[in-house]
Design a protein around this ligand. Structure first.
Ligand SMILES: [Zn+2]
Length: 267
């Protein structure tokens, strides 16, 4: 479905728990598709996901990791970086997705462990980082992107896990978009505008999780079709398991039939 002005509606957006602060046009039924974990070691499955999206006319956002697990610096993968630049030239938005993605060297408190429970296998790099430390990593990532000719429009913490300070660091870095598992933030004022946005995603860590995530994806279709903005977050492992691969294809088709695929820039 093509995006059209006729599908625009004005919503009152709120900045966190405070009073409504701004009115802005947001697509009534928007679909944001992104590919997470865009990193050299995952190039093959990332490209497969890109092709899957393009075959449906979708240009997904790319969530790029500067140095996957501290072992795959982007600057040592010039061909892959060139591919990302080509995608950006074709309209793909680039978002910074952590610096190394994993939690190496970052001990969790019990509170952190509780927040991350069931969400990630130690892939929540920004789970414990305060504003200053989050800002340092974001800044380093943006400097690297600049050197490589990549322009980031936003930041998404790995596993969508971060501290309140991290969101402030995103705004301070001059990035316009960030998101967690529940909302997309638009950093355009001192307090970011937030759009409630369910996210459809899959897990292939175990066969049981693959089955379960496909069921949840189906439930989201039945229960959350009224949402203003729905995200589909694709991960490199999604096509490796037949159950999730089938579910991803079904989800892309049915959500795309129901609403327009848009870019973050439209929000
Ligand atoms: Zn990730």
């Amino acid at each position: 479905m093509a995006f059209s002005i006729g599908s625009l509606t004005s919503i009152v957006a709120s900045s966190g728990s405070g009073p409504a602060t701004a009115t802005r046009s947001v697509p009534r039924h928007a679909l944001l598709v992104s590919i997470h974990d865009v990193a050299p070691p995952l190039e093959t499955p990332v490209r497969s996901l890109w092709d899957l999206c393009r075959s449906r006319g979708i240009t997904p956002a790319l969530l790029v990791v500067p140095n996957w697990h501290g072992q795959a610096p982007l600057e040592r993968a010039p061909t892959f970086v060139q591919w990302i630049r080509t995608c950006a030239d074709a309209g793909a938005e680039v978002l910074l997705h952590g610096e190394r993605h994993d939690e190496q060297g970052l001990p969790r408190s019990w509170r952190d462990a509780w927040r991350a429970w069931g969400r990630t296998a130690r892939e929540g790099e920004f789970l414990t980082l305060d504003e200053a430390r989050a800002g340092e990593r974001i800044q380093r990532g943006l400097v690297l992107f600049g050197r490589l000719g990549l322009r980031a429009v936003g930041f998404v913490p790995p596993a969508w896990l971060a501290t309140p300070g991290c969101w402030r660091a995103v705004g301070a870095a001059g990035l316009r978009f960030s998101e967690d598992a529940h909302v997309v933030r638009i950093h355009e004022h001192a307090a970011p505008r937030r759009i409630v946005s369910p996210v459809v995603r899959w897990s292939t860590r175990t066969a049981l999780r693959a089955q379960g995530s496909a069921l949840v994806a189906d439930l989201r279709w039945r229960a959350q079709r009224g949402a203003t903005c729905v995200r589909i977050a694709l991960h490199p492992g999604d096509l490796a398991h037949p159950r999730t691969a089938r579910s991803v294809a079904v989800a892309l088709d049915r959500w795309l039939d129901d609403r327009a695929a848009v870019s973050y820039g439209v929000l």
